[in-house]
Ligand binder design. Structure first.
Ligand code: TRP
Length: 336
């Protein structure tokens, strides 16, 4: 049995929110005790859309601060940023040559992100999934925790691995990665519109709980969160066409580390104000200490930089060794 290795990436956005926490980081914290884990701030993915240079730099540090404040160990895990390890870009180019244009054209995320003017999207946005495959395979990672929206990119990673192994006659060189998608990890939706994902780019700050929100603001946002006039059902079937109700209940389940069935058993028949006050309490208890820790960590840039350097050294060691083998397989030589 080959050793299991987890890899995941998070885009450097400032102002991380409850969706980032429950949908990704909290799960990373869980996995750190079970696997060897590599967590990467994917700054090269971020620039597929124009970023303000100063803002990008500070967002990278804030993402690392959020990882650490949420309980990710810098000892157990490798925490670093993508731009620090050159082999990500090197392998991404190789995969640009392995991957097929037809595969890219099928990617639904590109279609969504490029919007109506596809001709004007960056080429980087189109080949974004090849870089993602490189992130994972440069470490020969076997397991990748991602949300539903990234499943198609993981399928592509598998296709690239198979084609490379086949083209260069190196069976089993790249592992065929498995997604780690847990049904208890919710897709956290906007507090104002249950059909939209919670997002930092939503115009309304009331649509999300930011990790740095204080107690009063969290209370207010949950109080104002959209629900409907019906009471809470006791069965999941009672949540059909009730996206906002389902969202609040799923957040409640996730943050309390239980599941939707159990929450419905407890709250079935009650009204939403009861759920909301209990939900606010739990969110405040969980999120406020993290927010305070993020603010504190952000004042110590040197410490955050040290974490990234340490992670980079460890990641680079693995990546350099693998890129050497990959170059060999292809017939490329670095005459250094
Ligand atoms: N595309 C991922 C997202 O937007 C981020 C990402 C980049 C990633 N590289 C990765 C996730 C490698 C998992 C593995 O969420």
């Amino acid at each position: 049995m080959k050793k299991k290795r987890v890899f995941s990436g998070v885009q450097p956005t400032g102002n991380l929110h409850l969706g980032n926490y429950l949908g990704a980081i909290d799960n990373f914290v869980n996995l750190q005790n079970k696997f060897e884990c590599i967590y990467c701030v994917v700054d090269l993915h971020a620039i597929t859309n124009h970023q303000d240079p100063k803002q990008l730099k500070s967002n990278i540090l804030e993402t690392v601060a959020s990882f650490v404040a949420s309980g990710l160990s810098t000892e157990k895990n490798i925490i670093f940023n993508q731009a620090s390890v050159a082999a990500h870009s090197e392998l991404a180019w190789i995969f640009n040559c392995v991957s097929r244009i037809g595969w890219m054209n099928r990617m639904t995320q590109f279609k969504e992100k490029a919007g109506s003017n596809k001709e004007n999207a960056s080429v980087g946005l189109l080949v974004y999934p090849n870089l993602m495959a490189a992130d994972i395979l440069i470490y020969k990672a076997t397991h990748v925790p991602v949300g539903e929206d990234q499943k198609q990119h993981l399928e592509l990673t598998r296709d690239i691995a198979k084609k490379f192994n086949n083209d260069f006659k190196c069976k089993d060189f790249f592992p065929i990665v498995e997604p780690l998608i847990s049904k208890d990890i919710p897709r956290v939706m906007s507090l104002r519109n249950g059909k939209k994902k919670m997002s930092k780019s939503d115009d309304s700050d009331y649509s999300r709980i930011n990790l740095k929100d204080d107690k009063d603001l969290i209370n207010l946002k949950i109080k104002k969160a959209t629900t409907d006039a019906d009471s809470i059902p006791s069965e999941i079937s009672g949540l059909k066409d009730r996206a906002e109700a389902k969202n609040l209940l799923s957040i409640y389940a996730s943050i309390n580390k239980t599941n939707l069935e159990k929450v419905l058993k407890d709250f079935g028949g009650k009204n939403f104000s009861t759920l909301k006050s209990s939900l606010s309490e739990t969110i405040i208890e969980k999120i406020c200490p993290i927010g305070k820790e993020i603010t504190k960590l952000l004042q110590d840039e040197k410490y955050l930089t040290t974490i990234l350097k340490k992670g980079t050294n460890k990641a680079d060691l693995i990546a350099k060794e693998n890129i050497k083998e990959i170059y060999n397989l292809i017939g490329l030589t670095k005459f250094t």
